[in-house]
Design a protein around this ligand. Structure first.
Ligand SMILES: CC(C)=CCC/C(C)=C/CC/C(C)=C/CC/C(C)=C/[C@@H]1[C@@H](COP(=O)(O)OP(=O)(O)O)[C@]1(C)CC/C=C(\C)CC/C=C(\C)CCC=C(C)C
Ligand SMILES: [Mn+2]
Length: 311
């Protein structure tokens, strides 16, 4: 298991910008093969920025999910938020922050609020292990993943050529930020469906309890890993919902800057295939992990390229 750098506030000499980006690149490559592949399709300055953001997001997640998570309290997250304020005022706290400070200088559309919201999402993981309604789960998904969409869109940039709706040349097309959030939520819902079994082992149920009730499937069934018709119907329902977020997200890609469309189509298609893998496993997410083999990932790249060019 790779050890992510922990904050070292007493250190005086920090890494150079180049070394900081290289550390972020390496961490992204080691932790997130699929995202890393997507970033390789971007121009250099954008890809480096995404690595810096990836590392900040991953470290934030590790505070509540990683090896030291049992020591994380509200106070830890308050301190992490103070680090964030410091980064946004141009003062890196440790080596990899140097890359994020540089990224903030080059991409002024990056706003602190999505970063704060992500910390609020991790705070939810400290105290909550059940969600009664989809509305509650959606807020969690916005915070831990929709925010990544907002951060990424600020780096990728929007197409600046004026766009109007084809049915009425006076109607401007909607702002794509909503679709950027939708892609984050779609990815997180997919994560949740893939990891039901793993999360149950930690006493966590992310699926809304109202959905379990609707399909007459109990918490005890879930903890016992029961895969039957009730479970399969519940999973089909959840997969359909995740698919709708992917469909919403697709609408926004054409409004991103042209050099971002291929990477985002690729990321969307690669992540979405996890839903197909769950279906191929007959919805058994308890005894096997839904997995997309590399050959399937590579096969989807030409289609992603085509979509990026024509849609
Ligand atoms: C208009 C339009 C469609 C724009 C596109 C915007 C865009 C690129 C959106 C993508 C958003 C995205 C990649 C969301 C990731 C969501 C995610 C997986 C969140 C994970 C949360 C917690 O999950 P959990 O603990 O259940 O999972 P683990 O088992 O721990 O994995 C996160 C872990 C939160 C932290 C998120 C990250 C570490 C991923 C950040 C990724 C990037 C910055 C890379 C984005 C780059 C590309 C090429 C898409
Ligand atoms: Mn996690």
């Amino acid at each position: 298991m790779l050890q992510l750098p922990r904050p070292t506030p007493c250190k005086t000499a920090l890494a150079s910008v180049e070394d900081a980006y290289e550390a972020c690149r390496k961490i992204t490559q080691d932790y997130a093969k699929t995202f890393y592949l997507g970033t390789l399709l971007m121009p250099e300055h954008k890809r480096r920025a995404i690595w810096a953001i990836y590392v900040w997001c991953r470290r934030t997640d590790e505070l509540v999910d990683g090896a030291q998570a049992e020591f994380t309290t509200d106070h830890t997250l308050d301190a992490w938020e103070s680090n964030l304020e410091s980064i946004f005022s141009g003062h890196p706290v440790d080596d990899v922050d140097v890359a994020l400070v540089d990224t903030l200088e080059h991409f002024p559309l990056l706003d602190i609020q999505p970063f704060r919201d992500m910390i609020a999402g991790q705070r939810m993981d400290l105290y909550r292990n059940r969600y009664q309604t989809f509305e509650e789960l959606e807020l969690y998904c916005y915070r831990v993943a929709g925010t990544v969409g907002l951060m990424s869109a600020a780096v990728m940039g929007m197409d600046t050529t004026p766009q109007t709706a084809p049915w009425n040349q006076d109607t401007p097309l909607p702002n794509p930020l909503q679709e950027a959030i939708a892609l984050g939520i779609a990815n997180q819902l997919t994560n949740i469906l893939r990891d039901v079994g793993e999360d149950a082992q930690r006493g966590r149920i992310y699926l809304p309890l109202e959905d379990l009730e609707r399909f007459n499937y109990s918490e005890a069934d879930l903890f016992n890993g029961v895969v039957d018709d009730r479970w399969r119907s519940l999973m089909k329902f959840e997969i359909d919902r995740a698919q709708k977020f992917f469909v919403d997200a697709e609408r926004g890609i054409g409004q991103l800057s042209p050099d971002a469309r291929f990477p985002v189509w690729s990321a969307l298609m690669l992540y979405r295939q996890i839903l197909n893998a769950i279906e191929r496993n007959r919805y058994d997410v308890f005894s096997q992990r839904a997995y997309v083999p590399s050959w399937r990932k590579f096969l989807s790249l030409p289609l992603a390229k085509l979509r990026a060019e024509v849609l």
